[in-house]
Design a protein around this ligand. Structure first.
Ligand code: 13P
Ligand code: SF4
Length: 328
């Protein structure tokens, strides 16, 4: 079996019904399929669980199946493997990376921590296991504010790697955390001019913004929140129209759960494309998912020593989130 390209490079048998075969193989291999909200529609449709980063981490720690197929990006698989070292954790394409995680190399982050002694290190989940191993507590966009709020008021904090989320958390908590200068290429790409034009054309629309977006976009938001929080707002809010400033995969769930409402994807600055996709998230296809189940590969591996360090801040996040009632 060849996994040189990051995924199982094997032919798909002619005439095979991929969706049916995936369902059959899933049972045969005692596997569970989890997908992030930014996955392709057909992947979201076939998944057992769909969620944001926090939900996926929580589910990984809870599920009973010995095999987890994580349809998301590499750091999500790593987080699942850190939490369940005894399980087989597979991401159908290991090259599905993350520009935000890449913006924070562990050696440079270690130096940053060294230059700022006496600081508690808070890291976003979008980081490598090596960065998590340097971290005191992990957060996601669903719990970052509450976790930072739970730390003593006079505690000095380093926040990495997302500068937009870090600056946003500073602004709503009154903290002055030292923020690492990283960003996600998808959330940084939105065009404020094009969103303003959409707002003019759709005066009744509410603007939904992920906190990984830069300040000018956050300033025009009716709701700022994690992917799950934006979905909840769209469901609960009485408005009939929403301009959605995050990765466009979430529109599938929004539309599915609110068929009577209109969701307009916010456009990026470049080109003529109307929506903004994460090329890494979209690397997971039905074909790669099928082969990953068939061959139980490619597996996520995390160095044992690193995993032992990295699990502490991840578990701390899950515990605080549970204590605060953010997750059950
Ligand atoms: P959430 O899943 O926490 O909303 O984060 C979005 C994201 O960019 C995941 O890669
Ligand atoms: Fe990373 Fe951004 Fe893609 Fe999320 S959307 S996986 S933060 S590059």
């Amino acid at each position: 079996m060849n996994v040189d390209k990051g995924y199982v490079d094997a032919p798909i048998p002619e005439g095979v019904d991929l969706k049916e075969e995936i369902k059959r193989l899933k049972k045969e291999k005692h596997a569970v399929i989890m997908a992030h909200y930014y996955q392709r529609e057909e992947i979201q449709e076939i998944a057992d669980y769909i969620g944001d980063s926090l939900a996926l981490a929580q589910l990984a720690a809870k599920v009973e199946e010995p095999v987890i197929i994580l349809c998301g990006v590499h750091f999500m698989g790593e987080t699942a493997k850190i939490l369940c070292p005894e399980k087989t954790v597979i991401v159908p394409d290991l090259s599905a990376g993350c520009s935000l995680a890449d913006s924070c190399p562990a050696d440079d982050f270690k130096q940053f921590i060294k230059e700022n002694p006496g600081h508690t290190v808070v890291s976003y989940v979008n980081t490598t296991a090596a960065v998590k191993a340097l971290t005191d507590v992990v957060v996601t966009s669903s719990n970052a504010k509450q976790i930072v709020d739970s730390l003593p008021k006079d505690e000095k904090i380093i926040f990495g790697p997302d500068r937009n989320l870090g600056n946003y958390i500073n602004s709503i908590t009154g903290r002055s955390m030292k923020v690492w200068d990283g960003a996600c290429h998808v959330h940084e790409q939105f065009s404020i001019e094009k969103i303003m034009k959409l707002k003019e054309e759709n005066e009744d629309a509410k603007v939904l913004v992920h906190p990984e977006c830069p300040k000018p976009i956050r300033l025009i938001a009716d709701k700022i929140g994690s992917t799950q929080a934006l979905l909840n707002y769209a469901i609960e809010n009485e408005s009939k129209k929403f301009i959605v400033c995050t990765e466009s995969g979430i529109l599938f769930q929004m539309q599915k759960q609110c068929p009577e409402k209109t969701f307009i994807p916010a456009p990026p600055e470049d080109g003529t494309c109307a929506c903004n996709e994460c090329n890494f998230m979209k690397m997971i296809t039905l074909e790669k998912l099928y082969n990953s189940l068939k061959y139980l590969a490619p597996e996520i591996e995390v160095d044992e020593k690193l995993a032992k360090k990295a699990i502490k801040p991840v578990k701390r996040m899950l515990k605080i989130s549970k204590d605060l009632g953010i997750i059950k």
